[in-house]
Design a protein around this ligand. Structure first.
Ligand code: FE2
Ligand code: FE2
Length: 326
């Protein structure tokens, strides 16, 4: 077993290369020595490299190349309302994450929150999150729900964040030549994430008239590849959704839920989960259950993160940069 923070490469059942990276102080510092700030994931040719190191393929830019194109930020799993030793002040850490986004040298075109906005779906928690998201210095904020946002069904979430969405809260939009899908895969969750028939039909129709060279970005809370089935870290009908996206040259699926960064590239699809602004969860299979982990004093900030995402142009994909919350 690799030491915490080391880059680990292994093969999944299908023989695909699977590159995982845990987010910790050591890892970030290692990357900081390469690029000055943050962890850069360069996606190219079927593999993901950390710290700006291209693992394979053509077109991978160096860590210091000048990026261009659409730029947005992903935050996730703020769990407003959580009370526990793993993070006694989720409101404070979420506020710090927002301050960090607002302090970025470039203003993002939009900010996506990939779910578990709240911990127990109360109206007060939703309104608190909405107010805080309203302080982001960005023209647009979009969200998808997590299973903590729908513990009483989708209505409390939809009452606050459902404007412009369909069904139980799915929608799409276009920006900078990229097509974005906002999905709700916490519908009818038993163990794994679930999209459901109505949403699958929406996806199929939504992309039907797009040119195949349109870059696609999918946001959903629960990972859309199976990371650890026993803990429900996957989506049972993701394969059906992804079948509608097979003809596209570039598909990027960005998720939350597991409170740590893991990435995989399979065919035309890059999957990547982001860190949390609230508390850590164990690495897959390393604990009896995916319960909040209380770190030694002073260590929580080491794992909290935000992500910058920059489109680098046709054939070059997206650069994902995972930063610590300061
Ligand atoms: Fe979460
Ligand atoms: Fe979740």
């Amino acid at each position: 077993m690799a030491e915490r923070g080391d880059l680990m490469t292994r093969l999944d059942e299908a023989g695909q290369a699977l590159v995982d990276r845990e987010v910790d102080r050591r890892g970030f510092l290692k990357c900081a020595s390469w690029v000055g700030a943050g962890t850069i994931w360069t996606v190219s040719g079927g593999l993901v490299a950390a710290c700006g190191t291209a693992l394979s393929g053509q077109g991978a830019g160096s860590a210091t190349s000048t990026p261009s194109g659409l730029y947005f930020v992903q935050i996730s799993d703020s769990h407003i309302g959580f009370q526990g030793t793993a993070n006694p002040d989720v409101l404070g850490s979420f506020s710090k994450a927002i301050a960090d986004v607002n302090a970025l040298p470039q203003r993002p075109a939009f900010v996506i929150h990939t779910g578990d906005l709240t911990h127990t779906s109360t109206a007060e928690q939703f309104n608190t999150v909405k107010d805080l998201l309203g302080t982001l210095k960005t023209p647009k904020v979009v969200v998808v729900p997590g299973e903590h946002d729908t513990v009483m069904g989708p209505k409390p979430y939809l009452d606050v964040f459902g404007a412009g969405s369909q069904g139980d809260g799915w929608s799409s939009f276009d920006m900078g030549g990229i097509h974005f899908l906002l999905l709700n895969n916490v519908v009818d969750v038993v163990n794994l994430g679930h999209l459901g028939t109505a949403q699958l039909e929406f996806i199929e129709k939504d992309v039907a008239n797009l040119r195949s060279d349109t870059p696609i970005v999918v946001f959903a809370h629960i990972p859309m590849w199976t990371i650890y089935e026993k803990w429900g870290w996957g989506t049972d009908d993701a394969a059906q959704a992804l079948s509608y996206l097979k003809r596209f040259a570039s598909v990027t699926v960005l998720n939350g839920h597991i409170h740590q960064v893991m990435s995989k590239v399979e065919g035309n699809v890059t999957f990547s989960t982001v860190s949390t602004t609230a508390y850590p969860l164990p690495a897959p299979g390393t604990a009896p259950a995916p319960a909040p982990v209380t770190l030694p004093a002073g260590k929580l900030a080491d794992i909290l993160g935000i992500r910058e995402v920059r489109y680098r142009g046709a054939g070059r994909g997206f650069r994902l940069t995972d930063d610590h919350v300061s």
